[in-house]
Design a protein around this ligand. Structure first.
Ligand code: C2E
Ligand code: CA
Ligand code: CA
Ligand code: CA
Length: 277
């Protein structure tokens, strides 16, 4: 709680100081661990619903803190965004994902790779240049790379967001709108984004078997996406029943625990070897 001194000026209570310092310490640990390459990427496959073939994979960051143990990304990504560490983090993720991607391709994988970025990254004018240089360093065709960004991230500042997204897609990479349907979705605005793919939020998929309204929203989203020329991906698919239903609803791609949990690089290689044969 805020306390006021005799001049009426608020100052932080001790608890808040500790919390504040805890956040700063955590972020300086994150910076250091990124610099020391102590984080990991896991990969989760994405299948085409009609053929059942693997067509993509999403890179998901994992941080095993030396003292605190595993910290879920939802708990440190927001902090990284607020403190600016996300700039270093996103570059680390791009570099690691692309270097692992080279190995997956050497093992016969022909699909694409999806990388999550944050709204904060859109204000970095050198990000397109960083991507281009990494693509050429690893000799990866740009159209094999998808950047995932939440729609709310762009909605914060649509005009400059669209300019930044155009600069990114000018490199040849593709854009996916993540967590679609989780917040306020503006269709007229959506079609101004240079995206090729829309990912329906897991919250719309979870109860799809029992909730008729969720089914209606999902079907409407699929039809709308197709009419606007986007591929539609459903995430959070946990059962064969949901997979079958989404396939019958003409959902293009499927991701979720039913196919595979996110796997570390070696486990992903083993999974691919099975899936490709
Ligand atoms: P997201 O991008 O929406 O990622 C999907 C999340 O759902 C992942 O959680 C994934 O492990 C989980 N998931 C996948 N399939 C299923 C399923 O069938 N059921 C359930 N219950 N969950 C499933 P994760 O890895 O903990 O990541 C959470 C969020 O953290 C991500 O949400 C993304 O917003 C963020 N994040 C993760 N990695 C990165 C990264 O490298 N960069 C940035 N900027 N954000 C990241
Ligand atoms: Ca994502
Ligand atoms: Ca998502
Ligand atoms: Ca999310």
């Amino acid at each position: 709680t805020n306390k006021k001194n005799k001049h009426g000026i608020s100052f932080y209570s001790k608890e808040q100081d500790i919390y504040h310092e805890g956040r700063l310490t955590l972020m300086s640990n994150l910076r250091q661990d990124l610099a020391d390459d102590r984080l990991e990427l896991f990969y989760q496959p994405k299948l085409a619903s009609t053929t059942g073939r693997v067509v993509g994979m999403e890179a998901l960051i994992r941080w095993n803190h030396q003292q605190l143990g595993f910290i879920p990304p939802d708990e440190f990504i927001l902090l990284a965004e607020e403190t600016g560490v996300i700039s270093q983090l996103t570059r680390w993720v791009i570099n690691r994902a692309l270097s692992d991607f080279v190995q997956f391709r050497a093992e016969g994988y022909e699909g694409d790779i999806s990388i999550n970025i944050s709204a904060r990254n859109l204000s970095e004018s050198d990000l397109p240049g960083y991507l281009t240089s990494k693509l050429s360093e690893y000799q990866i065709p740009a159209n094999k790379v998808i950047l995932e960004l939440t729609e709310t991230a762009v909605m914060e500042d649509p005009e400059s967001g669209i300019v930044a997204l155009n600069a990114l897609t000018d490199t040849g990479i593709n854009l996916s709108i993540d967590d679609f349907g989780a917040g306020y979705s503006s269709l007229s605005y959506l079609k101004r984004l240079p995206a090729t793919e829309i990912k329906l939020d897991r919250s719309l998929i979870t109860d799809i078997l029992s909730s008729e309204s969720d089914r209606v929203i999902v079907q409407t989203s699929i039809d709308m996406a197709h009419n606007l020329g986007y591929d539609l991906v459903a995430e959070g698919v946990e059962t064969q029943e949901v997979l079958d239903l989404l396939t019958s609803m003409k959902c293009d791609k499927i991701q979720g625990y039913h196919l595979s949990r996110p796997l570390d690089r070696e486990a992903m290689s083993a999974w691919l070897e099975e899936a490709l044969n």
